[in-house]
Write a protein that binds this ligand. Structure first.
Ligand SMILES: *Cc1c(COP(=O)(O)O)cnc(C)c1O
Length: 374
């Protein structure tokens, strides 16, 4: 851990970034500056390069947090007379459902509960039974629990039925190897403050140029019109339609360079996987139980059951860990008492080892003897 930061964020984002990423925000750019627009173009093509080595793809940046990019995509892709199938198993899947409902989109919520992986037979049956479905959306890594959904397998089924496929890869893109064609995805959505390790402020959508061309005039919102935003970026060489997060973009360009310096997505994935492996081993040794079976797990974030011991109090536990420079995260599952620990960002295996030691210290300070679940 760098000495100049108050604590390490072990959260689903924003994440701990490097000092050099934060320092890249030291210049105030004009959105009319050609140098700035060139950075936008550089970032867009680097993003395409992370998603595919094939021609014909394009990346569009959208102001706001990741949710704004999801809303932009859903609202700009599903046609007025279309129908969206959402395959959900957590809060982020539920967020897609809520977004689509508020946009007045006809939909089916194929809810699996928060602790089950998507069921391919159910998905196939749903697509067979309802020819009105035009689009399918699913989350890659369900950050609610840490579950890694089988995006490629689901994508193969979606493509058998010839539907468009929208993947929320917010918390996995840049941190786990993937390709847009390997996932059978038409859209990959992620944001600046997840595994690419930038700071929060915009999201991005990767799709084919052909697909993007087909979206003209379909959006349900002016500020979130994906086609319009893309058009402007293409036509004006990296200009956003409205005020863009200039500092965030500069930090993101630096973050992309650092991803490359680290050795690319595969090497970063190895680091996250090692963080995760050490977390699991250490927590299990202390007695904590994980919410999900390990075979369903991503290396991104992990949910642990609250200890059964009445001496455990999450707020107090969180506060004491923060004093020791580790910030963990509350749980998000509705039917189990959990907290979460993220293993992404500028976080290394030795940080995780230190965290485990401090969790042990905090537990004994608080007099928690039984760390296992109720
Ligand atoms: C972080 C995240 C989002 C976006 O959340 P914001 O709070 O808008 O940044 C969407 N989906 C998933 C799976 C996420 O992890």
């Amino acid at each position: 851990m760098d000495d100049d930061i108050p604590y390490l964020l072990l959260t689903p984002g924003p994440l701990t970034t490097t000092r050099s990423v934060r320092e890249a925000m030291g210049i105030d750019y004009s959105t009319w500056d050609v140098d700035y627009n060139n950075v936008v173009q550089e970032v867009r093509s680097a993003l395409v390069g992370l998603a595919t080595d094939q021609d014909g793809y394009t990346a569009t940046l959208m102001q706001g947090s990741g949710t704004f990019s999801v809303e932009s995509t859903i609202g700009s892709v599903v046609p007025a007379d279309g129908k969206l199938l959402v395959i959900s198993n957590g809060a982020y899947g539920a967020r897609i459902v809520k977004t689509a409902r508020m946009l007045g989109i006809d939909l089916i919520d194929l809810d699996h509960g928060e602790q089950s992986p998507p069921d391919l037979d159910r998905i196939r049956q749903t697509l067979e039974a309802d020819a009105a479905i035009t689009d399918v959306a699913m989350v890659h890594c369900e950050t609610t629990t840490g579950m890694l959904n089988p995006v490629a397998e689901v994508g193969a089924v979606v493509k058998e039925f010839g539907k468009r496929y929208i993947v929320d890869a917010m918390s996995s893109f840049g941190g786990m190897p993937m390709s847009i064609e390997g996932l059978h995805a038409d859209f990959i959505i992620s944001s600046s403050n997840k595994c690419i390790q930038g700071v929060p402020g915009f999201g991005f959508i990767i799709t084919s140029r052909e697909m993007m061309e087909s979206l003209e005039g379909r959006a349900r919102s002016h500020s979130l019109d994906l086609y319009d935003q893309w058009q402007m970026m293409e036509a004006a060489g990296g200009k956003w339609r409205f005020t863009s997060p200039t500092h965030v973009l500069m930090a993101f360009r630096q973050a992309l360079r650092e991803l490359e310096q680290e050795g690319g997505v595969e090497v970063r994935y190895q680091r996250y996987s090692e963080n995760h492996a050490r977390l699991i081993t250490g927590m299990e040794k202390l007695g904590f139980g994980t919410l999900l079976p390990l075979e369903w797990h991503s290396p991104v974030i992990t949910s642990f059951y609250y200890p059964a011991d009445p001496a455990f109090d999450f707020d107090e536990f969180h506060r004491r860990l923060k004093e020791r420079r580790f910030v963990i995260y509350p749980g998000k599952v509705s039917d189990a008492e959990c907290f979460r620990i993220g293993t992404i960002g500028n976080v290394f295996p030795q940080d995780i080892d230190l965290l485990i030691t401090e969790i042990g210290n905090v537990a004994s300070e608080m007099g928690i003897e039984q760390l296992g679940r109720a």
